[in-house]
Write a protein that binds this ligand. Structure first.
Ligand SMILES: NC(=O)C1=CN([C@@H]2O[C@H](COP(=O)(O)OP(=O)(O)OC[C@H]3O[C@@H](n4cnc5c(N)ncnc54)[C@H](OP(=O)(O)O)[C@@H]3O)[C@@H](O)[C@H]2O)C=CC1
Ligand SMILES: O=CC(=O)O
Length: 370
């Protein structure tokens, strides 16, 4: 299955089973997308390009398509309903989930939120979200449900537990798991979701608290392509780009590879700062020097100044970075690939976690060296 990458702004209109038509035109513009509605009826609707030229929401959308293709267009009410946003469930309002769900509420989606500790729903409910009493109730009430959970155990509990997501799913619904988990977890959830007739997409994200707040995450997706197409406008509210990587497991693997590199980089950066200081270098100057050269990285520029002050306000909790290294090491073992640098970095994160740093930002790994 080919990989595809899309940057925000290039998505076609939402709906299941889209197919671009071969170059029909209205005036000078390429115009239409064949859309299969949930009931199986088909419409031609305009692409965003022409729609914006004509004014979004105008009835000519349907009339123009009938003229072009001789398709019997139905009432404009039906066309309007074809453009209706799906209802969205969001499960897990930790550092990432609360920011992602907030962006969906702000974008005008009808969002139902659930969190294990219910008080974390309060702020979003005040901002316009609905309160979900359980994962099951949320997925039953919504077209597409997202899960942003801590780790594989949490993702499994929320998806497959007694009042889990799967119990509320059925045909014409979708579950998108955006947590960082291993492929095995993702595949187990996919199987249970699909057994209900619903669709599944894994879509872990690259990017931390600030990108989640700014809506600039990178989605690493894999699974049911039709759900990917339908969910893309929603992903584009929360992120700046999205990759479709093929079968379930590929998104999880991509995320673990990326976070394995990140953990090793952070461990190495920490060693540089600690060693430099011990031999009499000013750590702030070390951060500046690294920032000028070939190994400059946004992560060093962002975390360096607070690390120098021994401040670690959590954006990406250390316990999650260690979990990702652990899962990456397990992945490497599956294919007999040596990853000694990541294994050494993991040892450092394990030590920092044992020292009580699990809920600090992952940059607190430097403390394990002091
Ligand atoms: N923070 C970051 O920078 C990034 C994080 N990620 C990944 O996203 C996921 C979430 O991260 P983040 O928001 O930072 O994590 P948090 O620790 O802030 O939030 C974790 C969420 O999972 C819930 N949870 C934990 N255990 C269970 C359980 N057994 N049953 C039900 N719910 C549970 C928590 O509920 P409760 O509030 O009740 O504890 C909370 O909603 C993780 O997989 C992480 O690796 C990915 C990219 C960036
Ligand atoms: O998973 C963490 C991130 O920053 O990406």
């Amino acid at each position: 299955m080919a990989t595809s990458m899309v940057a925000r702004g290039s998505a076609p209109l939402l709906l299941r089973s889209m197919a671009l038509l071969p170059s029909p035109t209205i005036g000078a513009q390429r115009c239409a997308t064949l859309v299969t509605l949930r009931g199986g009826r088909q419409h031609f609707v305009l692409t965003g390009q022409l729609q914006s030229r004509m004014g979004a929401g105008n009835s000519p959308v349907v009339h123009q398509c009938r003229r072009c293709f001789g398709v019997r267009a139905s009432a404009s009410a039906e066309a309007e309903s074809s453009e209706k946003k799906p209802t969205v469930g969001f499960l897990g309002l930790g550092i990432m989930g609360v920011a992602m769900a907030r962006n969906l509420v702000k974008a005008g989606y009808d969002v139902t939120v659930w969190n294990r500790s219910p008080s974390k729903c309060d702020a979003l409910v005040k901002e316009g979200a609905k309160f979900g009493a359980s994962p099951k109730g949320t997925s039953a009430a919504c077209d597409i449900t997202f899960g942003m959970l801590a780790d594989p155990a949490a993702a499994i509990a929320v998806a497959l537990g007694e009042d889990g997501v799967v119990k509320g799913l059925g045909p014409n619904k979708g579950y998108v798991d955006v947590s960082t988990v291993d492929a095995e977890t993702s595949k187990a959830i996919a199987e249970a979701v699909r057994a209900t007739g619903a669709q599944f997409l894994e879509a872990p994200v690259s990017g931390s608290k600030k990108p989640a707040e700014d809506g600039t995450l990178i989605f690493l997706t894999a699974g049911d392509r039709a759900l990917y197409d339908e969910a893309s406008p929603i992903l584009d509210v929360m992120g700046k780009s999205r990759f479709y990587l093929g079968d379930v497991g590929k998104g999880a693997a991509m995320k673990l590879v990326v976070n394995m590199v990140m953990g090793s980089m952070m461990a190495s950066f920490s060693e540089g700062l600690v060693l430099g200081e011990k031999v009499g270098l000013d750590p702030e100057t070390i951060v500046q020097v690294i920032g000028q050269g070939a190994i400059n990285a946004p992560m060093f520029a962002m975390k360096g100044p607070s690390m120098v002050k021994s401040a670690y306000p959590p954006a990406f909790p250390l316990k999650h970075q260690q979990k990702d290294l652990r899962l990456a090491i397990a992945l490497a073992e599956e294919v007999s690939q040596e990853i000694p640098v990541a294994a050494a970095a993991n040892g450092l994160f394990v030590r920092a976690k044992k020292d009580g740093r699990g809920d600090d930002d992952f940059s607190a790994v430097i403390e394990a060296l002091k």
